[in-house]
Design a protein around this ligand. Structure first.
Ligand code: ARG
Ligand code: GLU
Length: 697
């Protein structure tokens, strides 16, 4: 009797534990609920192993990579691991037709061969502090939203200035829980980051757009960098005298791999999620907002993709840009699919009904009962301008480059009109924009894109501007900037492309964007109130702060999933799958000769799985998002077992609706990374600097 009861209870607890997943947690607050949840999932780590201010801890190995990705230190000499797609811009910038590192890969065989990267930086977190009280000091209910925000900004400036820190460190305050909580971060930013190695694109981006965001996956999405520091081991800009950085902590690398059910933790810098949206917002995003942006990108990609296949020069020039455009395009499609498949909108409405019930039960109707109806009204008003504004951004900034150049020129004119003294600075910034765009510009591609995307924004299409404008050629574009303020503005305003674009850009600045800002400020204020209301009305629910580009811990287990009826995806993929997908000469699925040979010979060294096969990727229930690219997958003991790089198609909706049934993150097995470095590239000196461990033996 008793035993069955205990077993029953254990089953209940187990089910609860399995359901209790999702969340991106603040590393300094893991003690308690998160620590025990992690341990119940198999972790042997304490909260202090992960984050500690006084001793080195896992967090000291995790670096924010160029503000957009994550990277981790994996050797005592500052060796840094991140994704191939995170280092893509750097790999591309060192590539040419003669040295095509995108196509062939790159490996520095000594420190001297490592390549510096201007502008690239990696930032570590030294300390995190809750500063909510001070950040909100002096904010009163009577203030308008703008007054509240300016008081908070003032408080945060003081906090940032007065925080205890070393000279070479920085501070920043960030809002959490929609502005109901504030944390201060002390950070350290390294600016001499050199490229160490990258596999060929046929490994690092194997499967390209066809496989992007989907499983089964077979991509070796990694690249390697090294942090350099000054003689005192402190951050410094590039100098030949700099030395490899000696980290406070680096991750040992496990050779034992993972198995279904193993604990994993992903530690990194997720950029943005919106987990507490009302149903009306999810409806707007998936039914109106996403579809309009998907259509614009689809039209642009059709042109770019075709031209890239025609010429190697265009392929190199447009590689990075195409990847950026295609990535979100495909994600939005998957997001819509997942929201639909999981009935997210209906479920959110049902949840809102229970929230409303809880309000009345607790006597909170007076205080918070207005929130949901107000959301409905605000979104009805916001939807058209949100779409119009985003369409402008898609057309004028993201897909069409001539429009982007006119947009930048307009910004210069605006800055000068605001104050004549801005001339030199604004001119300099336009000139560097123009230089950057023209580094990878092809007028044929751009004109093709213009013809396809412009109709999404205006009825006024005039491609003849391409034959008359100075902007499509770097030399003539820069010549527009010769002369004094008056001359320059006159030349710009006589350019046919500028004449064409200026009224639309003006309307964007003066009407569309202003209207958008006003309406989204009102929504944010309500969202802040809603967050507070949720926590009061339903205090025992699971709350974690939305991603905001700060360091977070997410954890789960290695698990497969079922994307549709009768289909189940195993959590691990193998090199056999690369060979299955192999299409000789194909731009997405070609496989390098050397990899085919290694596969034939089963020459996997110490990196094969217990079954003798070479693992490539695996799935987990870790709740990740953009920015988690390059994040380490860490095992129960704090060792590196994988490298996060993607999510599954049906699960990309996790930014709004995390569902443990179908939301999975995709990681490269670190043994595949080691195998490529060692057996494929012969860069054994890199393996030698790592600490390889056998935690399961
Ligand atoms: N989807 C992943 C992310 O959001 C990977 C993107 C790079 N890979 C690619 N095939 N484009 O960044
Ligand atoms: N690939 C994404 C990135 O670059 C991470 C994957 C995701 O969005 O989950 O950040």
């Amino acid at each position: 009797m008793k035993i069955t009861k205990i077993i029953f209870l254990l089953i209940v607890i187990q089910i609860q534990v399995q359901a209790q997943q999702g969340g991106m947690w603040i590393p300094s607050l893991l003690k308690g609920m998160n620590e025990s949840e992690m341990q119940s999932l198999g972790s042997k780590l304490s909260a202090k192993d992960i984050y500690d201010v006084n001793n080195s801890s896992l967090k000291d190995a995790i670096g924010h990579f160029n503000g957009g990705c994550t990277s981790e230190v994996i050797s005592p000499k500052g060796l840094l691991l991140t994704n191939h797609h995170c280092g893509f811009g750097q790999i591309q910038s060192h590539s040419s037709l003669e040295n095509d590192y995108l196509k062939d890969g790159f490996w520095a065989m000594s420190l001297e061969e490592e390549l510096p990267n201007e502008g690239l930086y990696v930032e570590f977190i030294i300390r995190i502090e809750d500063v909510t009280k001070l950040a909100l000091a002096g904010v009163t209910a009577e203030m308008t939203e703008a007054e509240k925000q300016s008081q908070i900004d003032k408080n945060n400036n003081t906090l940032q200035k007065e925080a205890k820190k070393e000279d070479w460190q920085d501070t920043k305050v960030k809002a959490f829980y929609k502005g109901n909580q504030y944390f201060l971060f002390v950070t350290e930013r390294f600016e001499d980051i050199r490229l160490v190695g990258a596999p060929p694109t046929s490994i690092g981006k194997f499967g390209s757009d066809t496989d992007n965001w989907v499983f089964p996956r077979h991509t070796g999405d990694f690249s390697m960098f090294r942090i350099y520091a000054d003689a005192n081991n402190r951050p410094a800009t590039y100098s030949k005298e700099n030395m490899p950085y000696k980290p406070k902590h680096f991750l040992p690398v496990s050779l034992d791999g993972i198995a279904e059910g193993d604990f994993t933790m992903v530690f990194g810098f997720p950029s943005r999620t919106d987990e507490y949206l009302p149903a009306v917002a999810i409806e707007h995003i998936t039914k109106e907002f996403n579809p309009s942006n998907i259509a614009i990108r689809k039209a642009a990609l059709k042109v770019i993709d075709a031209k890239m296949k025609e010429s190697d020069e265009i392929r190199i020039k447009y590689a990075s840009k195409q990847a950026r455009i295609a990535n979100a395009w495909k994600k939005w499609i998957g997001e819509n699919l997942g929201i639909e498949k999981s009935n997210a909108i209906e479920n959110r409405r049902a949840f809102e009904a229970s929230f409303t019930k809880a309000l009345s039960k607790k006597g909170l109707e007076e205080t918070y009962g207005n929130i949901l109806p107000e959301f409905e009204a605000l979104y009805a008003d916001f939807a058209p301008v949100n779409i119009k504004r985003r369409n402008f951004i898609e057309v004028f900034i993201i897909t069409n480059e001539l429009m982007q150049m006119t947009y930048r020129a307009y910004q210069m004119e605006r800055a000068i009109n605001a104050n004549k003294d801005n001339f030199e600075k604004a001119k300099g910034s336009l000139s560097s924009r123009l230089n950057n765009i023209h580094k990878n510009y092809d007028v044929g591609v751009d004109k093709g894109v213009f013809n396809k995307v412009m109709p999404f924004y205006t009825k006024n299409i005039d491609a003849s501007i391409y034959d008359k404008t100075a902007f499509v050629n770097l030399e003539s574009a820069l010549a527009l900037l010769d002369g004094n303020t008056k001359q320059v503005l006159k030349k710009i305003n006589n350019d046919p492309a500028y004449i064409y674009a200026k009224p639309m850009i003006e309307a964007f600045y003066n009407d569309i964007n202003k209207d958008f800002q006003q309406k989204s400020t009102a929504i944010s204020a309500l969202q802040k109130q809603y967050m507070k209301a949720l926590m009061e009305a339903l205090p025992t629910a699971r709350y974690f702060p939305d991603a905001n580009g700060t360091l977070r811990v997410t954890y789960g287990q290695v698990r497969g999933y079922s994307p549709r009826d009768a289909v189940y995806y195993n959590p691990v993929s193998y090199l056999d799958g690369v060979i299955e997908k192999y299409i000789p000469g194909d731009y997405e699925f070609d496989v390098p000769e050397r990899l085919l040979d290694l596969y034939e010979a089963k020459d996997f060294g110490q990196y094969a799985d217990a079954n003798g096969k070479m693992p490539v990727c695996f799935l987990g229930t870790n709740h990740t998002t953009g920015g988690n690219s390059g994040s380490p997958a860490i095992d129960a003991n704090g060792n590196l077992v994988g490298l996060n790089f993607d999510r599954v198609w049906e699960g990309t909706m996790s930014d709004m609706n995390y569902d443990p049934e179908i939301c999975r993150n995709i990681m490269v097995d670190v043994r595949y990374v080691l195998f490529i470095i060692d057996k494929y590239a012969g860069a054994t000196h890199l393996i030698d600097e790592m600490e390889l461990v056998h935690p399961k033996k």
